[in-house]
Design a protein around this ligand. Structure first.
Ligand code: C2O
Ligand code: CU
Ligand code: CU
Length: 500
């Protein structure tokens, strides 16, 4: 079922075509009647911003409770040269940042003012997949509301997590439209004496379409969905360019989140100095890891430190480098522009003002991980794609498309499993598992460079990974899937049932 050169000439044109506005307009119109005042999308969404603005859009837990309402709605886009409309939580792109501590309770009322069903997923959090917690099988109809309520375990790792819609079939539409936000669980590295006073900025990476009017949350042409929708407008916290200050003789800590629908970011500093990674998806690394380039797939997070004086005290930038999500150059692929997600040249994401001077020495050790025991069970999952007559492109795991009646992995609660993940197709597939983090123990036969907790890991064409997963604390049904969200909506997802 693994297709060879699977893009027809017509599909290639679709990848770059402006799209058919009329078709995309279909299904709107309905909400026009009734209410006086501006239509929702005549109000303008606000970028989450950085610095002072970020502080205003950050919602912190108080006395152990983080309580808020999240209103999902369509608003006018905030950029003059961007899409005319975006999808926003509480009027913000990305949505407000939720900041909490292990042991806190989270109570969210989600209000759906979209014209399609939605829900919430708490990407990376180790919480129950059932009830009103990380339950992606809930469906919140247009106009309806849903209460979410859960308590973070007291020993929950600290780090950067991510909330976004997860209603199967419309996830990519809604995330590409702009829905999603960061969750910061405090503690851990924040309290290390060498890092406690390091200025920290949240950096949420998200790309947008330029389509005028309708933006990309409405299913695009099949060609674009196969690749996974990407857009040429690269934003950081909803802004086109952001300036940040590195302290003199000091470090700046960036909490990076790839909140894009399908874009894989390839990040580097403009002066060639490495990014010093101190945290991965699931929390602190045991020791800092120097990364000349950092690949960040959709859903992945990384904390990095940038030290002063890297470029003799001159301004530097964090760059997005061209990257292709189609591998195997020997195979006929799409034209060059698409091979690089529409980005032909390095593009600055952040301007870093650098007053120079050597930063202080960092500790060689960060936070120790508890050792992970041997697995009691092995499984293997092959990621592929192919044409199915009458159904178009299918994205498959072990040859099957997602079926919510079929359990793909029946797992015993509190056991450790080892999964082998194989990408036998031609495109990148970022693998993601809900509820439980894992460690990569082998990448193409070698121990991986990064030793840390992950919940999302990029599978490039031909990759073979072994991961170890402790399925601890929570029983119930949840999923693993490709975090190219168009692929997920097109079936590249499997069901896990964890039971006692
Ligand atoms: Cu970030 Cu199942 O997703
Ligand atoms: Cu997730
Ligand atoms: Cu994929």
């Amino acid at each position: 079922m693994n297709a060879g050169p699977m893009l027809s000439r017509r599909q290639l044109l679709e990848l770059t075509a402006a799209g058919t506005a009329a078709a995309l307009m279909a299904g709107w119109g309905l909400r026009r009647g009734g209410a006086a005042g501006p239509l929702p999308w005549q109000r303008r969404a606000q970028p989450l911003g950085s610095g002072a603005i970020e502080a205003a859009s950050r919602i912190r837990s108080r006395n152990g409770l983080l309580q808020l309402q999240l209103v999902a709605e369509r608003l006018a886009g905030p950029w003059p040269d961007g899409p005319r409309q975006v999808l926003a939580y509480n009027g913000l792109v990305p949505g407000p940042t939720l900041e909490l501590w292990p042991g806190d309770t989270v109570a969210i009322t989600l209000i759906n003012r979209l014209d399609q069903p939605t829900n919430l997923h708490f990407h990376g959090l180790h919480i129950s997949p059932a009830g009103q917690a990380d339950n992606i099988f809930l469906s919140v109809a247009p106009g309806a509301r849903q209460e979410y309520r859960f308590r973070l375990p007291v020993d929950h790792p600290s780090g950067l997590f991510y909330y976004h819609p997860h209603h199967h079939g419309t996830v990519a539409d809604q995330v590409f439209g702009g829905l999603g936000g960061a969750i910061v669980v405090r503690g851990g590295l924040d309290d290390l004496p060498d890092l406690a006073n390091v200025p920290t900025s949240l950096v949420i990476l998200k790309d947008f379409s330029l389509r005028q009017p309708p933006t990309g949350w409405h299913p695009g042409p099949m060609g674009a969905r196969m690749r996974g929708r990407v857009g040429p407008l690269l934003t950081v916290n909803g802004e086109r360019t952001t300036k940040l200050d590195i302290p003199a003789r000091g470090w700046l800590r960036l909490r990076l989140l790839n909140a894009a629908n399908a874009r894989v970011y390839r990040l580097a500093l403009s002066d060639g100095t490495p990014l010093l990674q101190i945290s991965s998806d699931g929390g602190a690394l045991e020791e800092p890891l120097a990364q000349q380039q950092l690949l960040l797939a959709p859903g992945e997070r990384a904390d990095v430190l940038v030290g002063s004086g890297g470029n003799g005290g001159r301004q530097r930038s964090l760059l997005s480098l061209p990257y292709s999500t189609f591998g195997r150059p020997m195979l006929a692929g799409p034209p060059q522009a698409d091979r690089h997600q529409g980005q032909a040249r390095p593009q600055p994401l952040l301007h870093l003002r650098d007053p120079g001077g050597q930063p202080p020495q960092l500790p060689g050790r960060l936070l120790a991980h508890a050792p992970l025991g041997p697995p009691v069970r092995q499984r293997r999952f092959r990621f592929s794609h192919g044409m199915r007559p009458g159904h178009g492109m299918q994205f498959l795991i072990n040859g099957q498309s997602f079926d919510h009646h079929r359990i793909d992995a029946a797992v015993k609660l509190n056991s450790i499993e080892e999964w082998e993940l194989l990408n036998v197709g031609m495109m990148d597939h970022p693998f993601h598992l809900h509820v439980n983090a894992f460690q990569v123990v082998e990448h193409n036969g070698q121990p991986p460079a990064l030793q840390g907790w992950k919940d999302t890991v990029l599978l490039q064409p031909g990759d073979q990974l072994r991961i170890r997963i402790p399925f601890n604390d929570f029983s119930g049904r949840t999923v693993f899937h490709c975090h190219n969200l168009d692929h997920e909506d097109l079936g590249m997802m499997g069901l896990v049932e964890i039971s006692d």
